[in-house]
Design a protein around this ligand. Structure first.
Ligand code: PEP
Ligand code: MN
Length: 337
């Protein structure tokens, strides 16, 4: 960190800043200049909270050299990470991973039918929400534990690992028992207590970007999980809230190559929640792969028009099968580019 003092800063003010840095257990190295003094801060292991320094008299600017997300950043870990979950590898440079399944587990039959469809089409992981974060309390809230059991059964029946959302710390133990990957939804991306507990489990985590989270906030949320000793984090871009109303969200595809530069963690794209419209899911899934996503997560329902949740953005079996075939062709094409 570098503290730049105002041109008019007095020696006493420079001294006060130096003392404040020392009080934080760090070393302050004043660098006198002809115009203004700068104070270099040394000895920090990572990002330093500058709140107390910034407010001191005579301070003009605080420049951070270290990022608030040290563990997830490429500075700390230059090689890309491969996150493995029940035999499925994210970020291994092979085929992008396809996760698919219904928004919510609705019944034993619906979950099994969805599992058969996605397996047959070639997906590598099955999704299904048992505990649902719905915007309104009168909407279907998910089947809870019963749904979790149907999801596991369906996954086992077709030999696919399963992923489901965890909303509360109290659900963690049960969900870890039934699911291979824990999903942290957009609405919980900054539920820091939940992130810490998920970090303690060591279970693979799919962390979705919050609806209005900046990249720094997104990566800092991932940092919470890694800081607890769990490096098995997969990031997921699922669209952000903008002024546009024609689509449910705005898919920010530029984060894929950008995060690949900034972080070693794998990143996938969810074109279903990003667009909210089934006709846009396939084009945006393909676009995600072109920009370098390590996978996609798509909502698929045996009968989308009857879905209890997110039917408008869910693909049916035929459209999903077509999409997977197109994605595989696209991958071959990309290899030659
Ligand atoms: C979901 O994947 O079911 C979901 C609720 O997504 P998000 O948290 O991105 O809205
Ligand atoms: Mn959904």
């Amino acid at each position: 960190m570098l503290i730049v003092m105002h041109q008019s800063a007095t020696n006493a003010q420079v001294q006060a800043v130096t003392d404040a840095v020392k009080a934080m257990g760090l070393t302050a190295e004043p660098i006198p200049g002809s115009e203004r003094t700068a104070i270099g801060v040394l000895g920090n292991q990572g990002y330093v909270d500058d709140a107390t320094i910034r407010e001191l008299p005579g301070v003009r600017e605080v420049i951070h050299v270290s990022k608030p997300y040290k563990l997830v950043s490429r500075d700390f870990h230059p090689e890309p990470s491969i996150v493995e979950a029940a035999g499925v590898k994210f970020g291994d440079g092979q085929s992008p991973v396809i996760i698919a399944g219904p928004c919510s587990v609705e019944s034993e039959e619906q979950m099994l039918a969805a599992a058969q469809i996605v397996k047959q089409a070639g997906a590598q992981m099955l999704r299904g929400g048992a505990f649902k974060p719905r915007t309104g309390p009168h909407s279907f809230q998910g089947l809870g534990l019963e749904g979790l059991k149907y999801l596991r059964q369906a996954g086992d029946a077709v030999a696919l690992p399963v992923i489901t959302e965890v909303m509360r710390i109290e659900q963690l133990e049960t969900i870890c028992h039934y699911a291979d990957v824990l999903q942290i939804g957009a609405r919980n991306m900054q539920n820091f207590d939940l992130l810490k507990e998920v970090g303690k489990t060591g279970h693979p985590v799919l962390l979705k970007r919050g609806m209005s989270a900046t990249i720094e906030e997104f990566l800092s949320a991932a940092e919470y999980i890694l800081a607890e000793g769990n490096p098995r984090v997969i990031l997921c871009e699922r669209g952000i809230r903008t002024f546009e109303r024609a689509t449910r969200n705005t898919l920010d595809l530029s984060v894929v190559p950008l995060i690949r530069e900034m972080s070693h963690l794998p990143i996938i794209v969810d074109p279903s929640h990003a667009t909210g419209r089934r006709n846009l899911v396939s084009p945006m899934a393909k676009a995600a792969i072109v920009v370098g996503a390590h996978g996609i997560m798509v909502e698929v329902h045996p009968d989308p028009d009857k879905a209890l949740c997110d039917g408008a953005q869910s693909l049916d079996g035929d459209s999903f099968t077509k999409l997977v075939a197109e994605l595989r062709r696209l991958e071959n094409l990309l290899e030659s580019v």
